[in-house]
Every structure is written in structure tokens, then in C-alpha cells.
Design a protein around this ligand. Structure first.
Ligand code: AOF
Ligand code: ZN
Length: 375
């Protein structure tokens, strides 16, 4: 199963909106076939492993990081392929949370006389697909909020100047975070101030799963822009990939100009005069967006945090001080007493070049990698 998990990880940058899945077929202590799901629309892990094994699959055990599917999606069901090949035993790390499968794949295998076990390395398997799991279970994407700050917790000088807080190595690390995300969400203020690209600029050879002739999959760029102030000249409209502008209401002429510049507009319900963020994230999940990277300023990041929409904070900490006149990480109105603090659980801290990366989960947030739902 550990090998199947390593294979599944090769789909980190390419499999979405599908889950990352790996499969290893073992017979008499030997690996006879293996595979991973590379890209939506292409074969599932089990079918790749089965074709590699050929006749050797008869009587083998399949270790798979996700319950085999039993539905006809973009590709045919894996359960029938496993039964036809004569696989004797299937060990799945976790059930498929997709309501079209949800245990039925395992039931069908059992009904076909296959020995079935579920739950081996479940937490590791879940950690591969937090976005897919949360989207299937909650109708919301898994949201990582990325921030860069000085050691004294500042993200910009009072003037708004913020380039660059962190070093090259940290900014490259963020490129990998972007590459595994289906969407990057930012606010209109960030776009007006910085005119960011919000794209993936890595070489395909740096992204496992991508072939050298392929270009990285660009996450959908989402601009939260209640009053539709995005200029048609914004850099992100000219780059490969889709740009979605989330607004409440819009001047029809400006809306038409943005649409002809390639933007997709989406009108959403309002909350206190701004785009309702829960509606926005539910809309993104409905577009099959699994993992979101929020790269925004203190207002939007703070609002998403207070709405309980952030699953993980990814804070890059740079070794310098910016002083107490500079701006803080989150705008959190109404937070006045110590008992109103937002607690965090630090998941890991590691050096990235001269900076440090802190990964933390807001207290009370579900850990999508634990809490396995077995059998
Ligand atoms: C598996 N093995 O490798 C993957 C599975 O549209 P399709 O046919 O690609 O089906 C997508 C669904 O299949 C996806 O939502 C998830 O439930 C399951 N993914 N299942 O047996 C795999 N990637
Ligand atoms: Zn399948």
C-alpha cells in the first residue's frame, strides 16, 4: 500500500478534479503490475495495473489507495475490470466518498467472491485527496490560505509596499502549491495594487505526472470583486488559463468588456455588501474545484477565516522586522477579548531557504486526513 500511495502522489499536479489514486497488484510476493491515475479522462489506476499484469492478475491481490469505482464515468468501472481479470483479494486504503460509489464498489467485489479489506494506511490515503474528499462530503473545496510575513507578523508596509517579503526559495515553494490547486482566489484590492499573474511558472519536468511536451495545468484564477472594478488591462486576463470574476452586481458595459477580454463573470449573493464567500466556495466546488489556494490581503483572508472556510494556513515567515506601523496578517473585526482569539494547531514547521514555512489548522476545523470512515 505504501508503494501504491507513492504512485498515487505522481498524480498530485495532474489528476484533479479526479482523486489521486495508485494501485499495485501482488502475486506470490511479487509485484505483477502497478499504475496511477494520471489525468481526468485517462484510465484509472486499477486498469493501468491490470493491463501491465495481463494474465498474471489472476489470483493476485490488488492494493489500491481508493475503493475501486463501480460507475460509468468518463471511464468504465474498475470493479468489472478487477472481476474479469480474476483478482482474488482487494485491499483498499479508504472508501470512495463519491456518492456514486460510496461502498458499493467494495460490495460488488464481495458479491463477486473477492476478499475485501478496507482501511490500510487510511490517513495517508485521505491526506492525498483532502479537496476531493471535502468536495464530495461537504460540497466545498479544501482551502489553503497562503501568507508571507515578517517575524513580527507584518505583511506589508503602511504604504502597501510588500514586494518581496520572502525569498526566491519560498516563492518557488508557492509555485508547487499553486500547481496542485484547482483554483487560486484573490481579492480585487490585490489585483489593483499588484497586478499579479497568479499562474504556475514551473517547468513540466519539475512536476511529476506531466509529460515534457505538456504545459502545467493552470489553476482557475478567481478574483473576488463585488463591484466589478477589475480593469480589462489586468495581466491575469492575458495569461493562459481561465479567469473567473465573482461579483454582486455589475455595470453591463464593463461586464461585457471583461467578458470579451476572456473573463467569466459569476454573480453571487451578497453578505454585508460583499460577495458571500460561502456561496463563492460552494460555487467553485460545483465547478469540480477540489483545492483552493487563497492568496489575498488581510481583508479577504480575514473574512474567509471568520467564515470558517479556511482549512489550512500556509505562512511563510521571513527573518526580518517591519515594525508596528506595518500591516498585519488578518483583518478580524469584532475580535477584542482574549477569549475571542482564533486558536491554531501547528501541523509542521520547516525551513525553506532562509525563510520558514508554518502549516497550521484553525481550531475546530475538520482534519480531512484523519477521521477515516471505514467499512
Ligand atoms: C478508481 N480508480 O484511479 C480513480 C477513481 O470520470 P471517471 O470515470 O474518471 O470517474 C471519476 C470518479 O472515479 C471519481 O469521481 C472517483 O469517484 C473515482 N476515481 N476510482 O477506481 C481511480 N481516479
Ligand atoms: Zn475506477
Amino acid at each position: 500500500m505504501a508503494r501504491a500511495l507513492r504512485l498515487a502522489r505522481r498524480g498530485l499536479y495532474t489528476a484533479h478534479p479526479n482523486p489521486r489514486v495508485g494501485c499495485v497488484l501482488v502475486k506470490a510476493g511479487q509485484v505483477v503490475g502497478e499504475g496511477y491515475h494520471r489525468r481526468t479522462g485517462e484510465s484509472h489506476a486499477e486498469r493501468i495495473a491490470l493491463s501491465a499484469a495481463g494474465e498474471q492478475a489472476r489470483g493476485a491481490t490488488a492494493y489500491t489507495t481508493l475503493e475501486p469505482c463501480c460507475h460509468q464515468g468518463r471511464t468504465p468501472p474498475c470493479v468489472s475490470a478487477l472481476l474479469d481479470a480474476g483478482v482474488e483479494r482487494v485491499v483498499a486504503a479508504m472508501e470512495d466518498p463519491n456518492p456514486l460509489v460510496a461502498g458499493r464498489g467494495l460490495d460488488l467485489l464481495r458479491a463477486g467472491g473477492v476478499a475485501v479489506e478496507v482501511g490500510l494506511l487510511a490517513a495517508e490515503a485521505r491526506a492525498l485527496n483532502p479537496g476531493f474528499i471535502k468536495r464530495m462530503c461537504r460540497g466545498l473545496p479544501f482551502v489553503r490560505c497562503k501568507l508571507a510575513m515578517s517575524l513580527d507578523g507584518r505583511t506589508a508596509m503602511a504604504s502597501g509596499e510588500s514586494r518581496w517579503i520572502t525569498n526566491e526559495a519560498a516563492r518557488r515553494d508557492v509555485q508547487f502549491l499553486r500547481a496542485q490547486s484547482s483554483a487560486i482566489v484573490t481579492g480585487i484590492e490585490t489585483v489593483l495594487n499588484d497586478d499579479p499573474a497568479l499562474n504556475v511558472r514551473l517547468d513540466p519536468v519539475d512536476l511529476p505526472g506531466l509529460r515534457s511536451e505538456e504545459t502545467p495545468i493552470q489553476p482557475v484564477r478567481v478574483v473576488v470583486d463585488s463591484r466589478l472594478r477589475l480593469p480589462v488591462t489586468a495581466q491575469l486576463l492575458r495569461l493562459p488559463g481561465q479567469t473567473l470574476v465573482a461579483c454582486i452586481d455589475a455595470d453591463p458595459l464593463h461586464a461585457a468588456a471583461l467578458e470579451s477580454a476572456g473573463a467569466r463573470l459569476c454573480r453571487l449573493p451578497e453578505r454585508a455588501g460583499r460577495v458571500d464567500l460561502t456561496s463563492l466556495f460552494a460555487f467553485l466546488a460545483a465547478q469540480e474545484i477540489n483545492e483552493v489556494l487563497l492568496e489575498a490581503g488581510p481583508t479577504l483572508s480575514g473574512a474567509a477565516l471568520q467564515a470558517g472556510l479556511i482549512d489550512e494556513l500556509w505562512i511563510y515567515l521571513a527573518p526580518h522586522l517591519m515594525g508596528d506601523g506595518a500591516r498585519g496578517l488578518f483583518h478580524l473585526p469584532g475580535l477584542e477579548r482574549m477569549d475571542q482569539r482564533i486558536g491554531l494547531e501547528i501541523l509542521d514547521i520547516r525551513p525553506i531557504g532562509r525563510d520558514w514555512r508554518i502549516r497550521a489548522r484553525p481550531a475546530g476545523q475538520v482534519d480531512w486526513a484523519s477521521a477515516p470512515r471505514v467499512g
